[in-house]
Ligand binder design. Structure first.
Ligand SMILES: NC(=O)c1ccc[n+]([C@@H]2O[C@H](COP(=O)([O-])OP(=O)(O)OC[C@H]3O[C@@H](n4cnc5c(N)ncnc54)[C@H](O)[C@@H]3O)[C@@H](O)[C@H]2O)c1
Ligand SMILES: O=C(O)[C@H](O)COP(=O)(O)O
Length: 630
């Protein structure tokens, strides 16, 4: 903190509060006026013209007061309303106003009658509030304002500051013309454009700094604040058309979010991730070792899907990057598509449809069967396989399943001991194995040969699981009666041309990896993954992380939290605790979780401590990442 005396000059309307007070007063006074909306629009218009400097401020004030038709008795409800409308970041940093009470002034072109009671709650006495005052008629009607007050005039804040003759540096924080001209006029040293409630181009263009909230202002000035790091400084990049709800949710929480509709190549990703803290992807983006090692600021990767094999999870872990996914959100969508495709395949519906599209009527029952009573073989009885099992039974199918893990049979499903056994009896085989690399070409010539003649194969799992050449051969030879494929060994990064050897074969349903692409699934993912990201960024929680020791933390209240990620080698914890002891910290909680590679220790401590401890903790050999949260 600078030792030089500094004065902080706050604007009131749309800075300390979220609203323009006279607009709120209009809502009150015009509540029963049939022309209310028209008049309010006119008032807002006049307010903006004044704020932007398009008309003189005196003129704007005179016009508004005339339209308002307000009375003294309207001021009390106005104050009550304004109390509810204090800007969020001002509210959460009340402590700043207490600690720096002597240095804070409010200079406003609003009115002391409503400003004084609001800012009094922030420790700003009336004597440090400079604003206009109303003129009342005998019956209490507001008929004007004190025209002798400099703040009722054009450039009144400049004159007010000149008259104040403040010693030391003067910083002005506001959202409009009357604020930024103070710096131009030389009566303020620095102007902060305050954009938490409104952002005007002219104001931001004329600012030394743009402060999206008070957190940023306090951070830039190294002043005590309620949040360790302003959230808008944390950048989130969402790729691959992630549902817009994710953008909304993360932006609302204060993060700066950018979206890109497609996936990016390795080089593009490296370039883009230079200043990114959180990356959101779906199944296409390859987060390779090279990408991770170049992304120095990266803290979290959110897979807005189930699969995580596109991410080098180990390298992420070694670099202290936590990975989350959405293991359940799109499972129902996949199951519904699988059911639909099983029926379509067994009725040769796509074939009949293609014929008609080509102008050929082919009414036939050949190659068209009901699913009722047929045997469905599910390979991979996990989240998707199990749900499919239930729905298929509801349709009257006889369900068999094979899984490398011991899985409990749901409903009346029958477990087979071997894959061969399942293949030999099933009329339709459907693949729902996970995306682990060992499953590459898991289903090939041998497995197809073991299937019943005229059976069908469905693959909604991963493209590399099936040997496409063997599948094509199986279809061409007539061994298989049809197939539905949603996933391919190579998939393009964005929509456009695509080729597969399966193209043009009869009774083959091809879809472009849309098993999980439903509104419902994407919306659910856009809720689930951002919640995980926010829980980690805001409090350090790693519950459900796929590559990281899981810690569920209580919310910290009135404490600082040290989050230390380190290599899990002997002695690191001892060194950390030795440093904490040396600095005599008042520790209120400590949580540790490790795996064979990393340790994640969280220490909660009371707010007062020697900040040198942070440097010492960062210096501990084996430290991967360290951050402080409060
Ligand atoms: N097409 C899409 O849009 C889409 C959408 C969601 C999920 N998926 C994919 O679907 C697959 C299944 O997802 P899930 O959520 O059910 O996964 P899951 O992890 O819950 O279940 C997978 C099951 O497969 C079993 N398994 C793995 N390898 C096997 C093998 N060789 N033989 C037999 N069993 C094996 C596992 O033991 C596990 O029980 C994944 O590959 C996932 O990526 C695709
Ligand atoms: O892993 C998954 O959840 C599926 O493959 C869906 O991936 P997507 O989000 O890229 O459609």
């Amino acid at each position: 903190m600078s030792s030089k005396k500094r004065n902080y000059i706050f604007d009131f309307d749309s800075t300390l509060t979220r609203v323009e007070a006279l607009d709120v007063l209009a809502e009150i006074t015009l509540a029963n006026n049939p022309k209310k909306d028209e008049i309010i629009e006119e008032i807002i218009n006049i307010t903006n013209l004044g704020i932007d400097g398009e008309i003189s401020f005196t003129e704007s004030l005179e016009k508004r007061i005339k339209l308002l038709k307000a009375n003294k008795s309207d001021l009390s409800p106005l104050v009550d309303e304004l109390k509810k409308q204090v800007s969020s970041s001002i509210e959460r940093n009340k402590e700043f106003f207490e600690l720096f009470a002597e240095d804070i002034y409010v200079i406003s072109c609003g009115f002391k009658e409503f400003i004084d009671p609001i800012v009094a709650e922030y420790n700003i006495p009336s004597k440090r509030v400079f604003a206009n005052t109303f003129e009342f008629a005998k019956d209490g009607e507001i008929i004007g304002f004190d025209a002798g007050n400099e703040l009722s005039k054009h450039n009144g804040k400049i004159e007010c500051l000149q008259n104040l003759k403040l010693e030391g540096e003067v910083q002005v924080i506001g959202d409009g013309y009357s604020d930024y001209v103070t710096r131009e006029a030389g009566v303020a040293d620095t102007f902060f454009a305050y954009t938490e409630n409104v952002s005007r181009d002219k104001t931001t263009e004329n600012a030394d700094h743009i402060a999206p909230n008070l957190d940023e202002f306090l951070y830039v000035n190294k002043l005590p604040r309620n949040i360790s790091y302003p959230k808008h400084r944390i950048k989130i990049l969402l790729l691959e058309n992630v549902h817009p709800d994710a953008f909304k949710k993360l932006s609302k929480d204060g993060f700066t979010v950018e979206t890109v509709a497609k996936s990016l190549s390795e080089d593009e990703l490296i370039e883009k991730l230079k200043d990114v803290h959180v990356l959101g992807i779906r199944s296409k983006t390859q987060v390779t070792k090279k990408v991770i090692e170049a992304a120095e600021k990266l803290m979290v990767v959110g897979a807005f899907c189930i699969g995580t094999k596109q991410i080098d999870l180990e390298t992420c872990k070694e670099n202290g990057i936590v990975v989350f996914n959405a293991p359940y959100s799109n499972t129902r969508s996949v199951v519904e598509l699988a059911i639909g495709e099983i029926i379509m395949l067994m009725r040769s519906v796509f074939q009949r449809s293609t014929e008609l599209h080509n102008g050929q009527w082919n009414k036939t029952a050949q190659g068209s069967r009901e699913v009722r009573g047929k045997k469905l073989g599910i390979i991979g009885y996990g989240n998707i396989g199990k749900q499919l099992s239930i729905l298929a039974e509801a349709l009257g199918m006889d369900v068999y399943y094979y899984d490398v893990e011991d899985q409990l049979a749901l409903g009346n499903a029958t477990k087979t001991d071997t894959l061969k056994e399942l293949l030999e009896i099933s009329d339709v085989v459907t693949l729902h194995v996970d995306d682990n690399a060992a499953n590459k070409n898991f289903f090939g010539e041998k497995e197809i040969a073991q299937m019943k003649d005229g059976a069908h194969l469905v693959n909604l799992s991963r493209g590399f699981v099936v040997d496409i050449k063997a599948l094509v051969a199986g279809l061409k030879s007539g061994k298989l009666a049809g197939t539905a494929v949603d996933v391919y060994p190579e998939e393009p990064r964005k929509n456009g041309a695509f080729y597969t050897e399966l193209k043009g074969l009869p009774n083959v349903i091809l879809t472009p990896h849309v098993g999980g692409s439903t509104e419902e699934a994407q919306k659910d993912i856009a809720d689930f993954v951002p919640n995980k990201i926010m829980a980690y960024m805001n409090s350090g929680n790693t519950v459900d992380a796929v590559n990281f020791p899981n810690i569920r933390l209580p919310r910290q209240t009135n404490a600082h939290r040290f989050l230390h990620i380190h290599k899990n080698v002997p002695g690191v914890m001892a060194k950390i605790n030795k440093i904490l002891a040396q600095f005599d910290l008042n520790i209120t909680g400590q949580y540790l979780s490790t795996d064979e590679k990393v340790g994640y220790v969280i220490t909660d401590l009371s707010k007062k401590y020697n900040h040198k401890v942070i440097t010492k903790l960062k210096e501990v050999e084996g430290t991967i990442k360290f951050r402080v949260l409060y």
